[in-house]
Design a protein around this ligand. Structure first.
Ligand code: ZN
Length: 684
């Protein structure tokens, strides 16, 4: 691993922060913290922290010794000075004299000594940073260090690699006890340049930010060199599974297996968002004939357990073709995982007087020979984070197995981390939004109604895929709402299939389809050509059927119900002159809404539509609006407000109607009008 230190960049940051009143030592602390945080082989999703001991003034002008230490909730790769809150050092040093301290008391004491009462909680490793008497301290969960320590002779190997340059600390859960052990090790080796925390990570010390950082890079490089020297072939491949199904084919079924069906009226489902990952390293790992051994040992560093659970589930390789038998075996594996998880909880909860509350028993990482890995989370971000940790796990275990055998901490220690009260409090966090954990596909996603609808679904917590023809409009729409841009021509079968494959690999499946793409064709029926009529039917009827058919297959594979939403049109029930080529296929689409409602209600798939009227930039072009207002002898504005409420209907109104229908758990086969009130278009 190479140092990314750059004198010019460092100086620039010092200068920039000086203008804001930030001292040089904190500015450089920010700089190297970012360098560490930008390297995923060193730090991932909260797995690391840094500190610097300095002086600061309080409001009375009194100068105090402080520890600037990483605060929770900040990403090291993008940290700013407020992400390293100042804690008064003396009260922290005084704690070294007591024998025991609970996590809650420790957090309280740290908070109480913050110079800024609104600052984030200092890291749980704050006391360790405080008690080691060095100015700059860096801590990472470097992959290479984990690969060395996560094996039976890890300690011996580390002594050989680092000799007396690093003191070795046995595995202890982060907190007061670990800080004590680290202090003892550092005190016993006053010339040590760092610490190796077995099965956890590395610490390095320095008088300057550059020294501590470059020492970390050197320590990691030494570990990498040792791994290369000891490497032998790993992972004899299991019997080749032959042709396997694709990730997209099996993702919806896996997503359905992972979902928690709450007891009650059967409609309460706790879904997960899935993300698929594959690479040559992952395929070698999941294809190894000892996968069921090395994947079932534990995490590579303890804090992974919070996001990935201690163990992944291993599924059989899915054969290409008929997946019925595979689905049954895979479901049995997931069920067995859930049972084993429950007994694991019951084995360890008594140590806490039975006071812990069991988390859901659904695996967060799914290993599939021939296909790769899937990670799950309550949203796409959490799934991606779990996927990153799972990929790191593959790398570290591969390296440990290339030297000897992978070893983790004990099951009871994994439980202590997974059910750590501080972490549980963090994860419990904010209440989930109404459509969190749901995946929504919006066709015509780049148009006015599509964009408004997608934005509305994002606001209530759903993950959204924008389907539309490729181009800047699609990319802009998806980027603006942090959704997934999926190029799709809804009039083409292959394009639709590919688009849903992308959604399945990225999110695991689909829960809500908003079939919105459409366009208006105008002509009197006596004059319209069959070609034009067919073209309109292709987009305004067959495209709805084409995307719905694929979405319903995916929903059935998930087995967790679903919601189909169609943008029909007032034209379907209250046709206007010259709009036959548009109204006729929309009338057929209205029939489609009801047909799906009838055929899939039994499996919890609801089907509803919205009849909107007179939306600017919907199917009505400015030219059509002016033609119609002229024909009626009113202004364009009066035409747009020509309804019972006298209000212009906007794309947002249509979006809200889709959201209402998505939430209406007892409504199917219904059409909601969004037209400002139009008695002639009322349904009965
Ligand atoms: Zn750590």
């Amino acid at each position: 691993m190479r140092s990314a230190w750059n004198d010019r960049e460092a100086a620039e940051l010092v200068e920039r922060y000086a203008a804001e009143g930030v001292g040089e030592d904190l500015a450089l602390r920010v700089y190297t913290t970012r360098l560490l945080g930008s390297e995923p082989r060193l730090v991932l999703h909260g797995g690391g922290n840094t500190s610097v001991k300095s002086r600061a003034r309080d409001v009375t002008g009194t100068e105090l010794d402080v520890l600037y230490v990483k605060g929770s909730g900040w990403d090291m790769g993008t940290i700013e000075p407020p992400g390293l809150p100042a804690v008064q050092l003396d009260p922290l040093l005084a704690l070294a004299g007591i024998d025991a301290l609970s996590d809650e008391d420790m957090v309280n004491l740290q908070r109480r000594n913050l110079l800024d009462s609104k600052a984030p909680n200092p890291s749980v490793e704050t006391l360790l940073h405080a008690w080691v008497p060095r100015t700059f301290i860096d801590h990472t969960h470097a992959n290479a260090a984990l690969a060395l320590t996560d094996q039976p002779h890890g300690e011996e190997i580390c002594r050989e690699v680092y000799s007396d340059r690093a003191a070795i600390v046995p595995y202890i859960m982060p907190g007061f006890d670990l800080a004590k052990a680290a202090k003892a090790a550092a005190d016993a080796h006053p010339r040590a340049e760092g610490l190796v925390l077995l099965k956890h990570g590395l610490f390095t010390f320095g008088d300057t930010a550059q020294e501590a950082y470059e020492l970390m890079i050197e320590f990691v490089s030494l570990a990498e060199a040792r791994i290369e020297r000891g490497r032998r072939t790993v992972f004899a491949a299991a019997a080749a599974p032959g042709a396997v199904a694709s990730a997209s084919e099996i993702a919806p079924a896996i997503r359905g297996m992972l979902a928690i069906r709450r007891e009650g009226d059967g409609a309460e489902v706790e879904r997960f968002i899935l993300e698929h990952r594959v690479s040559p390293a992952i395929l070698a790992y999941v294809g190894g004939d000892e996968l069921s051994r090395y994947s079932q040992v534990g995490t590579v560093t303890p804090d992974h357990a919070i996001r990935t659970k201690p163990l992944p589930v291993v599924l059989p390789a899915p054969p290409a073709g008929d997946l019925t038998a595979w689905t049954g075996r895979a479901r049995a594996a997931v069920d067995a995982y859930g049972e084993a998880y429950t007994t694991y909880f019951e084995r360890h909860n008594p140590r806490y007087g039975g006071m812990k509350r069991m988390l859901d028993p659904s695996p967060r990482v799914v290993l599939v020979p021939g296909v790769g890995l899937f990670a799950s989370g309550r949203d796409a971000r959490a799934a991606a984070a779990a996927a990153d940790l799972a990929e790191t796990t593959v790398d570290v275990i591969t390296d440990a197995e290339s030297m000897d055998r992978f070893e983790s901490i004990a099951e009871s220690e994994l439980f202590d981390i997974e059910y750590w009260s501080l972490e549980q409090a963090k994860l419990a966090g904010a209440r989930e939004k109404t459509l969190a954990r749901h995946v929504v596909v919006v066709t015509g996603g780049a148009g006015a109604i599509g964009r408004a609808t997608a934005a509305a679904f994002r606001t209530v917590g759903a993950e959204v895929a924008f389907f539309d023809l490729p181009g800047p409009a699609l990319d802009d729409a998806a980027a603006a709402e942090a959704g997934l841009a999926v190029p799709c021509d809804v009039t083409d079968d292959a394009s639709v299939a590919r688009a849903f494959d992308i959604v399945a690999a990225r999110f695991g499946g689909v829960d809500i389809l908003v079939s919105n793409a459409g366009a208006a064709w105008r002509a009197p029926m006596a004059d319209v050509t069959d070609d034009v009529l067919r073209e309109s039917f292709e987009l305004n009827f067959f495209a709805h059927q084409r995307v719905t058919r694929v979405a319903v297959r995916m929903m059935r594979a998930q087995g967790t119900g679903g919601c189909l939403l169609f943008n029909v049109s007032k034209q379907a029930v209250n046709p206007g002159p010259d709009f036959g080529p548009y109204g006729l296929p929309k009338a057929a689409t209205l029939g489609l809404v009801r047909q799906y409602a009838i055929e899939h209600g039994w499996e919890g798939i609801r089907s509803n539509g919205v009849n909107a009227d007179r939306i600017r930039s919907g199917v009505l072009t400015e030219e059509m609006i002016s033609a119609r207002s002229e024909a009626r002898g009113v202004s364009e504005d009066a035409y747009m407000r020509g309804n019972l409420l006298g209000r212009e209907v906007r794309a947002d109104d249509v979006a809200r109607a889709f959201i209402s229908l998505a939430l209406a758990r007892a409504t199917t086969g219904a059409i909601l009008t969004v037209d400002g009130g139009n008695v002639a278009a009322a349904l009965r």
